[in-house]
Design a protein around this ligand. Structure first.
Ligand code: AMP
Ligand code: ZN
Ligand code: FE
Ligand code: FE
Length: 277
């Protein structure tokens, strides 16, 4: 079983790389890509436990691009995790993430929600990517809300009082960057954008593939994007987007996986192996 969308403590996942590998194996997964937000900090910690567990690893990442003021997630696969241009880009992304969270804490204070949250110095020291779930957890802990989901609904989601828009590279540039690093760029969970005109434009002008299999996709989303991928000859990917138990996201390891034939095509396209069929 193949899962190409997983998060660890290097971004907003709850399991360490080592614990995630063990959980993946226990769930019956055989090939995985860890796709932390804007960081590959988990990569060096994954190889040894994956080897020990007999798990195949694919280099992965989930980069936040920006289109018309909206966050759009781009999954990258098969790139060189040590690529210097990619590394510099990701460091800048992590600094932006930290600044954005600081601005969000200020907005929370402006609506009377005071949080005593010391943001760790992640961007430089450990390569850890900070994100809104960290603020959501602090809101829960301080008793301002009763769950992470409520924190997003009341304060942190797009259009809510503490939301701060991002600036950043468009999807097409992110895919090109991944290409220069030897990898491919895939539009993540397009169904979550709820704007198929935007999705069509992004797929046409700047993606190697589309994430079809995702827990937030309805059967109709899946069918629609699969048909589009066939028509436009795009790679198809998928995974659980697992962030850990209690992350406020309804996903379990092994529940959403990528059928083997699509993975065979992806590896062939990325120039890493012969097609499986
Ligand atoms: P950020 O990376 O700072 O933009 O935060 C986005 C992350 O927050 C996503 O990748 C999810 O892990 C998490 N997230 C977004 N919306 C929700 C929600 N409604 N409930 C729980 N987690 C969410
Ligand atoms: Zn996340
Ligand atoms: Fe995402
Ligand atoms: Fe994700």
């Amino acid at each position: 079983m193949i899962d190409l969308h997983l998060h660890t403590t290097a971004s907003d996942g709850q399991l360490t790389p080592v614990a995630l590998v063990a959980a993946a194996r226990a769930a019956g997964l055989t090939t995985v890509a860890v796709t932390d937000h804007d960081t590959v900090a988990a990569w060096p910690d994954l190889q040894a436990p994956a080897d020990a567990e007999g798990l195949t690893l694919v280099a992965g990442i989930e980069i936040t691009a920006v289109e018309a003021g909206r966050d759009v997630h781009v999954l990258g696969y098969f790139f060189d995790p040590a690529d210097p241009e990619l590394a510099a880009f990701l460091t800048a992304q992590r600094f932006d993430r930290r600044r954005r969270l600081e601005a969000m804490l200020e907005r929370l204070a402006a609506v009377g929600v005071r949080l005593d949250l010391a943001l760790p110095d992640g961007p430089v020291v450990s390569g850890r990517a900070l994100g809104r779930p960290m603020v959501a957890a602090a809101l829960v802990e301080a008793g301002h809300v009763t769950s992470v989901a409520e924190a997003f609904d009341l304060y942190l989601s797009h259009g809510r009082p503490a939301y701060v828009p991002r600036s950043g590279a468009p999807v097409r540039e992110v895919t090109r960057l991944l290409g220069r690093a030897g990898g491919v760029g895939v539009l993540a969970h397009p169904g979550k954008l709820e704007d198929d005109r935007l999705v069509h434009r992004l797929l046409r002008e700047g993606c190697d593939g589309v994430e079809v299999f995702h827990p937030d996709h309805s059967p109709s989303d899946r069918g629609r994007y699969l048909a589009l991928a066939r028509q436009w000859r795009l790679m198809v990917t998928g995974g659980s987007d697992f962030h850990g138990p209690g992350s406020g996201r309804p996903s379990a390891l092994g529940r959403v996986t990528l059928p083997e034939k699509y993975f065979g095509r992806l590896t062939a396209y990325a120039g890493r192996a012969e097609p499986a069929s």
